[in-house]
Structures are given as C-alpha cells and as structure tokens.
Design a protein around this ligand. Structure first.
Ligand code: ADP
Ligand code: MG
Length: 209
C-alpha cells in the first residue's frame, strides 16, 4: 500500500473528472510567486510531503495568507516538515464542508461515503454509505438523507449549496473506483460545497503497489 502525496492525489482526482479548488505546485520561492498569481489572495499553502498525510497535525496547512510576505514565511515553515517535496498553493474556497470517501472492501467491493465535514463531522457523525456504483441520483438522495442536509440547504438566510454539483462529484468518485482497481481508498476531506458548486480542497489516495 502506498499513500500518494497531496499533489499526486489532487492530480489523480482531477484526471478522473473530480473538480478541485484551483491549485499550483511550488518547489521554490520563484514558483511560489507564480502560483500566487494564479490563485490570488487570500491564499492557502499546504505541504506536499511523502510523510505528512495529516497535514494540519504536522503544521503543514496555512490558511488565509493575505500577502506575498506571509506566503513566503509559510512556505519556509513548510520546507522544514519531514518528507517535504513541494508546497501546494490553493485558492481559498468558501462554503460548507462535506466529506466524500471511498474504500474498497474485500467482500463488497468499492463502498462510497458521503458525510458532513468540518465541525459537524466530529459532533454529528453524520454519514451515508452505499455500495458502488453510485449514480448521481443516488448520491443526491444520500446527501439529502444527512441530518445536516438542512444546513446545506441554507438556514437563516444563508445561501444553500448546489446539491447537483456535489452529487456529481460523488458519482465521479464512484466511477474512479470502478475504473482504477489499484486504488483502495480515497478521502476527499473536505469538499467545499456552495451555491457555485463543489470543489475538493484536500485529497488523500491510497494505492495497492
Ligand atoms: P489535513 O486534513 O491534511 O489536515 P486539509 O487540506 O484538509 O489538511 O486542510 C485542513 C482544513 O483547512 C480543512 O479541513 C479546511 O477546513 C481548511 N482548508 C483547507 N484548504 C482550504 C481551502 N483551499 N480553502 C478554504 N479552507 C481550506
Ligand atoms: Mg483534510
């Protein structure tokens, strides 16, 4: 088993039609400046490491970087994290956090999980699980079955998320599992869902060797 790096995971997801928040890889400060031009401010910088797959725990996620100076400081901190390969520079995505996951079960084959992300994930443990293949329609019903669906629909004048776009992402994840038998596990945690769509900001893929 091999856990792909963040860059490899985001690339694999994107190659399979899964939308990711706009991102660029930066291996040095020159590339960092170019990357920031593409993503804009406030920017997010994450460590792309062979070792740190739980990036926040390793100090490998810097959010809300407002200036080039702040971004350079964050980049220099990332460089000291064990297994550092490069940094991933991302646009800041807004919306509600949801979790899309998939796991290959020895008996049942690929299983898809849709859940509430962020603080709700920890407090509510609010998830729906189904055997693949999961169609867009099925994914939509799973999303609406969550206790947190009300939050996603928009409460207190907040705008609701684009449920169809989020369901499409889930269906694409299901298709990716069908197509790539070497992939044993995928975590898109979180996917940021808003009225504008749904984009993965984090990806962690495990492959069989
Ligand atoms: P890890 O799960 O490895 O610690 P994440 O990439 O999931 O790292 O980042 C940690 C948290 O930071 C996310 O759960 C999310 O709340 C926030 N975050 C990460 N990337 C973005 C982004 N591009 N825009 C907005 N928030 C983000
Ligand atoms: Mg994460």
């Amino acid at each position: 088993m091999r856990t792909l790096t963040l860059e490899e995971s985001l690339k694999t997801a994107r190659r399979n039609g899964i939308r990711t928040a706009k991102w660029r890889e930066a291996r040095n400060e020159k590339e960092l400046r170019l990357a920031l031009q593409a993503t804009g401010f406030p920017a997010v910088i994450k460590v792309n490491s062979e070792k740190a797959s739980h990036k926040s725990d390793a100090g490998g996620v810097a959010l809300g970087l407002a200036t080039i100076k702040q971004a350079i400081a964050a980049f220099r901190r990332m460089k000291r994290i064990p297994g550092f390969r490069s940094a991933i520079v991302q646009e800041t995505a807004k919306g509600h956090e949801i979790i899309l996951g998939a796991k290959r079960d020895v008996q049942f084959g690929p299983v898809l999980l849709i859940g509430m992300g962020g603080i709700y994930a920890e407090v509510l443990e609010d998830t729906a699980i189904a055997l693949c293949p999961v169609s867009k329609g099925r994914a939509l019903r799973m999303l609406k079955s969550l206790r947190g669906a009300k939050i996603l629909s928009g409460i207190r004048g907040q705008e609701g998320i684009d449920f169809a776009a989020a369901a499409e992402q889930a269906a694409r994840l299901s298709r990716m599992m069908a197509k790539h038998s070497e992939i044993t596990e995928v975590d898109l945690n979180p996917v940021m869902a808003s009225h504008k769509g749904a984009v993965a900001v984090d990806a962690r893929i495990v492959e069989e060797e």
